[in-house]
Design a protein around this ligand. Structure first.
Ligand code: 9MR
Length: 473
């Protein structure tokens, strides 16, 4: 049952990777380690090769309003989680009144960019409106079932996995959390939530998610017991380890703890990774943070049943940490000016990419931009070539104000696009015709926007840089 359930977008990505592997090994007769001593220079490129999710928790506002944020989210991550937009207070603020604007925008963005979505969350003791909390047991159960049905049905086939319940165990001795859910319905609410989610979207992976369960401790023991019960009823697919960690405190038992859940037949996932530092953070602390990140991400990279890692926000300034732990911060991979921290490089390394800061083995090739004058010009540049593929980035420059653009080119040789982001259209053949995604069509005169893609190509051939024709659309 577990294995037979398809995972739409994840399966698509894995199939693609398997194709690359077959071609590479058949043509070269080389081991994978040689082939994949990879020159990938994005988290996404490296995670794709590994067949894992590298996710980020995103804010609707930033995605809407900040083009740099959008571009990094699209190019560096292959999975998204809504940091707040799918929580109950966002989706059903009053009884039966659903507002999906923000959640839809995030799911649409993920689809435009060929990203998986890990949904967060149906049942939590925070960010659930007062009207739910005030209900009696029977009415609360009915509201919970209705809510899960509505949200899971809406995103069926588009959200790959769900945190069905979040933080149901307390911090003291592994007791159940004394939440309004527990008080109104007893422990059975957890099973009911999973039964409902399973029936509503039989193809989604269902997770139980919690913090401070990374180590083998009383709290993770309790999660283990709950997980066992759910596994016996075929209601659970994975355990989410939030991993809101403190500098220097990656638990020594984390690997063996994750393994015991895998041994139950479950996936594991690092769902909300951040590593906080007492501020101000000095260079040695930032270097230590990079090591801590590397350790956690390596652990997932090396564990076949770890589905991926999601970082809980993009830039340090986007993080929830300083608001909740005054005097602590700097917990993420990017600085507020969007520059990459050492932690970024170490995550890239842990995913098997080239996070050393060294240029990739072959030098990137860049075209000279075609002459300006028409409505727009577009250029391609090879970011990181490897024997049988390459990652490209493309820049569209508006010579006049644009509300949409169309690009087209023909590959001179064997190059074919295998996946693309921030562009849509007829992309996979010898002649490529792409148009803007929903969010990057409007470009002011003199401004630029970007899109990107990976190609496959004949083993050892040079990744060519065709001339692109750009027209306003
Ligand atoms: O990062 C989220 C922050 O923006 C919200 O204000 C907060 C509300 O409680 O929730 C934060 O995310 C939490 C996540 O949903 C569950 N695990 C803990 C996360 C950090 O508090």
């Amino acid at each position: 049952m577990l294995l037979s359930r398809p995972h739409h977008s994840r399966q698509r990505r894995r199939a693609l990777i398997a194709g690359v592997v077959t071609v590479a090994t058949a043509a070269l007769g080389l081991g994978l380690s040689t082939q994949f001593a990879s020159a990938q220079t994005t988290l996404r490129g490296a995670a794709d090769e590994l067949g894992k999710d590298i996710g980020v928790a995103v804010s609707y506002d930033q995605l809407q309003n900040n083009a740099t944020y959008r571009n990094i989210v699209a190019t560096e991550f292959n999975s998204l989680t809504a940091e707040n937009a799918m929580k109950w207070d966002a989706t059903e603020p009053s009884d039966g009144q659903y507002t999906f604007t923000q959640a839809d925008a995030i799911v649409n963005f993920a689809e435009d960019n060929d990203q998986t979505v890990h949904g967060h969350t149906f049942v939590w003791h925070q960010q659930t409106p007062q009207w739910v909390q005030n209900l009696s047991g029977t009415a609360m159960q009915a509201a919970m079932v209705e809510h899960i049905n509505t949200v899971a049905n809406r995103y069926e086939g588009r959200v790959d996995s769900w945190d069905v319940v979040n933080e149901v165990v307390s911090d003291s001795n592994g007791a159940m959390r004394d939440s309004f859910w527990l008080r109104a319905m007893g422990e059975g609410y957890i099973t009911t939530a999973f039964q409902t989610a399973r029936a509503a979207d039989p193809n989604a992976d269902l997770y139980i998610n919690d913090y401070s369960i990374e180590a083998d401790n009383a709290k993770s023991d309790r999660i283990y017991t709950i997980a066992q019960g759910l596994v016996n009823q075929n209601l659970l697919d994975g355990v989410g380890f939030q991993s809101h960690l403190i500098l220097g405190q990656v638990p020594s038992t984390m690997e063996s703890n994750l393994q015991r859940f895998v041994d139950l037949g479950l996936k594991v996932r690092i769902t909300e990774l951040d590593i906080r530092i007492t501020m101000p953070a000095d260079s040695s602390e930032l270097a230590r943070q990079a090591q801590d990140y590397e350790r956690v991400v390596s652990l997932c990279a090396e564990l076949a049943d770890c589905s991926g890692v999601t970082v809980w926000g993009l830039r340090d300034g986007d993080s929830w940490v300083p608001g909740v732990f005054p005097g602590e911060g700097a917990p993420l991979l990017y600085n507020d000016d969007f520059s990459k921290k050492s932690a970024y490089d170490s995550v890239l390394d842990a995913l098997g990419g080239d996070g050393t800061g060294e240029p990739p083995t072959s030098d990137p090739v860049t075209t000279t931009p075609p002459p300006t004058g028409s409505g727009c010009t577009a250029t391609l540049s090879v970011q990181s070539p490897w024997n049988t593929g390459a990652t490209y980035s493309a820049t569209v420059r508006a010579n006049q104000a644009l509300t949409g653009w169309r690009v087209t080119w023909t590959w001179p040789g064997s190059e074919r696009i295998s996946n693309a982001w921030s562009v849509q259209g007829t992309l996979t053949g010898a002649t490529v015709t792409g148009t803007n995604a929903g969010y990057n069509g409007t470009v002011a005169a003199g401004q630029t926007t970007t899109f990107g893609f990976n190609i496959t190509k004949a083993d050892g051939s040079t990744a060519s840089v065709p001339t692109v024709t750009c027209t306003p659309a």
